[in-house]
Design a protein around this ligand. Structure first.
Ligand code: PMP
Length: 407
């Protein structure tokens, strides 16, 4: 029996009590950012009310307390993704900064003229643009794994793209625009066979799938706190220790140094080598209660619940005349992306908002994928642990009404 207590979970998320345009909020924009439980909000308030101090530098009590809490998150993250050591957990501002960090350090140093970088046709702009920039600077080539009509990667084409010049493969674990779960373990294995390094964009997977970076054997794994119940402005870059040690530094400044003279500066050890300046202390501290919350509910339970919502939504929406699901395959998590013939996604979004239903419309920062499907954008409903079947029904009814009005 399914004993998931969604009513109890909803009580932990204060924003779910609010109304939008006279209707109870139905929040289906979770792939953009998740809502936050009270424990995360409390951690932010607690830090600024009781512990506010800069980290790592002070010997006074406040600084020691802040540092202990700040570093406790690193251990929680290490366990959350099963990294081998805490030195492999680098704090960033988010997925975007994590990917840029690898582009501007590892790739800048290792990509030579004629070398190749492989990404996929379903990447978020943040896993496209940094590679374009660095490939242009280093005279390297960017290649793209094509996507089939069901929104899956063409693995044979991927194998054919790999060769001795492939130095880096960067793909998302889960597509934010379709919810497709990519076979990253196989992708990594094939890349390693050619001696290439692999970065996984885990922005959309960290909340929904069990992450084991050692089992995946990825070289880098980037994700954002704000998509897994934590605050914005905080993210994680995991990297294998040997790679991180060999990499040049990213931003220069305080924290990341060992000794500075005008003649020569030596750098701090991992992970601080990559953490220049005063970090997002409060946001880092408040990521821990977010992880604790996910662990308490259990990722398996979250996944099961979200699958129920996704299956129910898929069934109900398929019955709508002219509705086409973009990324219609059966290895997906949490995301339902679709277009409806004869109506513009944005108009649908506005009518749904009038009923208090928040969905995302547009290209979802994946313009090449939209071009692949010849659509200007989609309507995207993305589900989280606190959503309900009743909310999915409201979405379906809202869509039926919207189509009637707009056609
Ligand atoms: N990659 C994917 C797959 C995403 O969904 C997102 C966020 N929409 C990002 C990268 C970028 O994450 P952030 O904006 O938090 O840096």
């Amino acid at each position: 029996i399914h004993t998931y207590d969604v009513a109890a979970i909803r009580k932990d998320f204060p924003i779910l009590n609010r109304e939008v345009k006279g209707h109870p909020l139905v929040y289906f924009d979770n792939a953009a950012t998740s809502q936050k439980p009270q424990s995360v909000i409390d951690a932010l308030v607690h830090y600024y009310s009781f512990n506010n101090a800069n980290v790592h530098r002070g010997i006074h009590s406040l600084a020691e307390e802040a540092t202990a809490d700040f570093e406790a998150t690193r251990d929680a993250v290490k366990d959350f993704i099963n990294a081998a050591s805490r030195e492999e957990i680098i704090y960033t501002r988010g997925t975007t900064e994590g990917i840029n960090l690898v582009a501007y350090t590892w790739a800048r140093q290792n990509l030579k003229q004629g070398d190749e970088v492989i990404i996929s046709g379903m990447e978020h702009h943040s896993n496209i643009v940094p590679w374009q920039i660095i490939c242009e600077q280093n005279n390297a080539k960017l290649k793209v794994i094509p996507v089939n009509d069901k929104g899956e990667l063409l693995m044979d084409e991927y194998s054919a793209l790999l060769n001795d010049r492939t130095k880096l493969v960067a793909v998302n674990h889960v597509s934010n625009a379709m919810g497709t779960v990519n076979p990253v373990k196989e992708i990594i294995q094939l890349a390693h066979d050619k001696g290439a390094v692999v970065l996984i964009d885990g922005a959309q997977s960290a909340m929904h799938l069990d992450i084991d970076v050692q089992d995946l054997d990825c070289d880098f794994f980037a994700f954002s706190s704000h998509k897994l119940l934590g605050p914005t402005g905080m993210g994680i870059l995991y990297g294998k220790k040997d790679l991180l040690n060999a990499m040049p530094v990213f931003a220069g400044g305080g924290e990341m140094i060992k000794e500075v003279t005008f003649e020569k500066t030596t750098y701090n050890e991992l992970p601080y080598k990559f953490e220049a300046g005063t970090p997002n202390i409060a946001d880092a501290i408040a990521l821990k209660p977010a992880i604790d919350y996910i662990n308490k509910v259990g990722k398996d339970n979250i996944r099961k619940h979200e699958d129920l919502l996704l299956n129910h939504a898929t069934e109900r929406l398929r019955a709508i005349d002219g509705l086409q699901i973009i990324g219609n395959n059966d290895h997906k998590v949490s995301v339902l992306s679709f277009v409806i013939s004869g109506v513009h996604p944005q108009d649908v979004g506005i009518l749904l908002d009038n009923k208090g239903i928040a969905v995302r419309t547009g290209h979802h920062c994946a313009e090449p994928l939209m071009n692949r499907f010849c659509v200007p954008g989609t309507i995207r409903a993305s589900f989280a642990l606190y959503n309900t079947i009743e909310e999915v029904d409201k979405l379906a009814e809202g869509l039926i009404k919207a189509v009637k009005i707009l056609r």
